[in-house]
Design a protein around this ligand. Sequence first.
Ligand code: ATP
Ligand code: MG
Ligand code: MG
Length: 382
Amino acid sequence: MTTVGILGGGQLARMMALAGAPLGLRFSVMDTSADACAGQFAPLVVGDYRDGVALAEFASGIDIATFDFENVPAESAQWLCERVPMFPNPRALGTTQDRLAEKTLFGELGIPVPGYVPVDTREDLDAAVAKLGAPCILKTRRLGYDGKGQFRIRAAGDAGAAWDALGAQAGAGGLILEAFVPFERELSVVAVRARDGEFRTWPLTENWHVDGVLSASLAPARVAPELEARAVDYARALAEALDYVGVFALELFCHDGRLLANELAPRVHNSGHWSIEGAETSQFGNHLRAVLGLPLGATRALGRACMLNWIGEMPSPGPVLAEPGGHWHDYGKTSRPGRKVGHATLRADSDEDLADALERVGAALGREAQVAPVLARLCDPL
Ligand code: ATP
Ligand code: MG
Ligand code: MG
């Protein structure tokens, strides 16, 4: 019996544990919160990731380690990987938890990125805004997620407010200013690389964010094959450069036919949740296969799928469950504004059937605005 240890005990760890049950796996989860929702399915070690005692307790009960969360301190990841096999490796984690290191790697591999300037002082910020022009976005280099740690600068005069909001974090890990990309679409490549280097991707996913948080995903995205091939090439180059093992997501902006890399999430990803019911093998199943050295499963889509995130509180499940291709995921979390508490996936064999199901669910739940961009895309694919 193999026990997989997961650092981070949120919904990603929870869905990984659910996917691992048929493989006969056991799980142990470490999280800073005793409420971590993966703890409902797996023993939970509660402690700070820098707490040597908690980390040693976690390490003693597992055969192999992985992550549901990229911000585990580099020293803790290094300590753990000297004791148990760990995938992805600490270098992949270290590079992708710092937006500057990540963008530097993108550049080295010839992957285009939005214009950016590192910012450490208020003077740096003024010079960076003058260089990139407004609008632009000031971000913390580290620890951001769901749009947290970001400030949108609409005009040069907003620089002071941006510094007031984030300047305190300039000393702790640094800041980065990015040009705002007026993209037509956001896409992600969810990919998996096995221990022997085999590389597979799920069909490209189109994503819609609201206030920096993922709201809806549609897969397979309707994009030109040439664009998809380029996105897959970028993902493969990154996986090889990082000697990556496991699932990751590369987030991309599509603007004027160009693909610009936003960030790489070194873990299973919200934009891959549709694969649980919408693909032959889910991102969670293939992540486990990859880290355990098992053969990878096929990543082909089973028809078309749309994932809707539930943010803040769960809606009523009835309308989704009444759909022939409706699937419900309640993460067992308490409601809190802005918190991801669950999602639904609608799967169908055609665009028409998917659009009909989305319209019914959107109307029944009062979520017309959430489904609207997906419906618009289904009506006007390219
Ligand atoms: P995640 O939860 O995906 O890790 P995050 O906090 O790391 O999110 P980003 O992915 O950097 O944040 O940004 C969140 C969203 O904000 C993006 O998906 C995109 O919609 C928007 N955004 C971020 N950077 C830019 C940019 N340079 N130009 C335009 N939009 C952007
Ligand atoms: Mg991120
Ligand atoms: Mg992101």
